[in-house]
Design a protein around this ligand. Structure first.
Ligand code: ZN
Length: 315
């Protein structure tokens, strides 16, 4: 446009035309300059607009790239997550939510397929847990350990090493609170969800400390049993939201109730309480003082093997 204007002025000077022509040419020039200026303005605005569009497109592309990268990283993190059991233990694990539903409904049928879950509470102990692990190993069966943080800390590094051993052998690791203190968890026999969550989180943190930051479990057992307390509805809602399961039991060796029993009596109790059930969740304890439980275990395992049960873990 500028070039065109110059040419017009140049033409006027060269031809030396009369005043009228000069005036017309001048007006025409002014019009051209005006229109031209307007055109330049419009062009500049257009270029700026285009530039703006490009900046915004680049920005959007960058945002999309960052989002895709974030998603990719999240997927990668997800793959590293370990829930309840390690890779080898997965084939023996069973959906804990399904079992929790069955237990709650009192429905222990399983289409003719018999499964037993050996569960051990309140560990880790440095005295009984090693014996339990030895028997499980000898019989090549897997179990679920419901751990309490306080006992893990009580056992120090030795207890932590035992958890690692449990995990590495393919047993399932679950949370059974930190304190196991009914007064903290359920004051006046009623759930205090805030205290409950804080208490369970402590054990979660310990488990992450022992098994790595990618470890988590979606299985808990309420100390004293979910069935024993009032006001549990908020916990149930929370568990459902988090895709977690609270597991009680439908059979027990009674190694923590009534009169102290010897190994034979414990085994008999376990067998009696699991009779006629295709799904058996057997409650036992591997905490301090439960030496007889470890001794009863070979007989208990033999009974379930002889009766065609598959040994599964809760994860
Ligand atoms: Zn317990």
């Amino acid at each position: 446009m500028r070039k065109q204007n110059k040419i017009n002025f140049g033409a006027r000077k060269k031809k030396k035309v009369d005043a009228k022509k000069v005036a017309i040419v001048s007006i025409a020039s002014v019009v051209i300059v005006f229109v031209g200026a307007k055109g330049i303005g419009a062009t500049t605005a257009f270029i700026q607009e285009q530039r703006q569009v490009k900046i915004e497109m680049d920005k959007k592309a960058e945002e999309e790239r960052i989002l895709a990268e974030k998603k990719r990283k999240e997927e990668e993190e997800k793959k590293k997550m370990v829930i309840g059991v390690n890779h080898n233990g997965k084939e023996d694990s069973y959906d804990a939510i399904e079992i929790a539903k069955k237990l709650k409904a009192g429905d222990y049928s399983n289409n003719g397929e018999k499964i037993v879950f050996l569960t051990f509470d309140d560990g880790t102990s440095t005295t009984v847990t090693p014996e339990v692990l030895k028997v499980l190993d000898e019989n090549n069966v897997k179990a679920t350990f419901f751990l309490t943080g306080e006992n893990i800390e009580r056992g120090g590094q030795k207890a932590k090493d035992l958890i690692k051993q449990e995990f590495e052998k393919g047993h399932a690791i679950a949370n059974h609170s930190y304190s196991h203190n009914y007064k903290i968890l359920y004051p006046q026999r009623t759930l205090n969800l805030e205290s409950f969550n804080a208490d369970f989180k402590k054990t979660d943190d310990i488990l992450k400390d022992v098994l790595g930051p990618y470890f988590s479990t979606r299985v808990i057992r309420c100390p004293g049993g979910h069935m024993s307390w009032k006001g549990m509805e908020p916990l149930d809602a929370q568990l459902e939201e988090k895709n977690m399961a609270s597991i009680d039991w439908n059979a027990l060796s009674a190694d923590a109730e009534g009169r102290k029993k010897n190994a034979q009596q414990l085994a008999e109790y376990a067998i009696k309480t699991s009779e006629g059930k295709e799904i058996v969740v057997l409650l036992m304890h591997d905490t301090y003082g439960k030496e007889q439980t470890a001794k009863s275990l070979p007989q208990i395992i033999k009974h379930f093997k002889d009766n065609g049960y598959a040994f599964k873990t809760l994860a």
